[in-house]
Design a binder for this molecule. Structure first.
Ligand code: ATP
Ligand code: MG
Length: 158
């Protein structure tokens, strides 16, 4: 269905912010205007839930998670950045593969099946977008994804 992505995203982030049990700060850098996109809300909620859960899992005490939405030519770019342990360069593509986890011992402790980002890739692909990661070990990780967006569409809402 058609939703304003900023409202939709804020709602998900609010849910995490109200229930988080860790000392991690949330920062939101969003455009002021509404951005109407056609999405499967349940599926994108699942995607974003996983990315935020990962960011929380790997964030250091007192760290900041930054949420950004950028409007580009014909798509929006959404990113979620943490200041956590990061992902080694050689593994950065693999995190989108099924059952892949960077460090078995560590993830055994933190839980998870290694499916979250593989599902995210499938679902973002089904929406016509891309998903990728940027990371520096010891500095943090950013997960970015795009969704198609038609700026001309806004006129229909006036
Ligand atoms: P699931 O999501 O199925 O519960 P998971 O979180 O282990 O399990 P993914 O979400 O697919 O699986 O992530 C795959 C792996 O990528 C993780 O196990 C972890 O090693 C690494 N990873 C993902 N996000 C981050 C992050 N923000 N910081 C550091 N490592 C990450
Ligand atoms: Mg996960």
């Amino acid at each position: 269905s058609w939703v304003d992505f900023v409202t939709f995203f804020n709602y998900i982030i609010d849910r995490f912010e109200m229930t988080k049990e860790r000392n991690v700060h949330f920062r939101r850098l969003f455009p002021k205007e509404a951005i109407f996109v056609e999405i499967d809300e349940d599926k994108l909620t699942q995607v974003i839930d996983n990315i935020i859960s990962n960011a929380l899992k790997y964030s250091p005490e007192g760290g900041t998670i930054t949420f950004r939405v950028k409007v580009l030519d014909d798509h929006i770019e959404v990113s979620i950045s943490d200041q956590g342990i990061g992902i080694p360069k050689e593994n950065i593509q693999k995190v989108f593969e099924r059952f892949y986890r960077v460090d078995r011992a560590r993830t055994r402790q933190l839980g998870g099946t290694g499916l979250g980002l593989a599902i995210a890739k499938e679902m973002i692909g089904a929406h016509g977008g891309d998903i990728w990661a940027k990371s520096k070990e010891g500095k943090g990780t950013t997960i970015l994804f795009t969704l198609p967006y038609d700026p001309g569409q806004e006129d229909d809402w006036l």
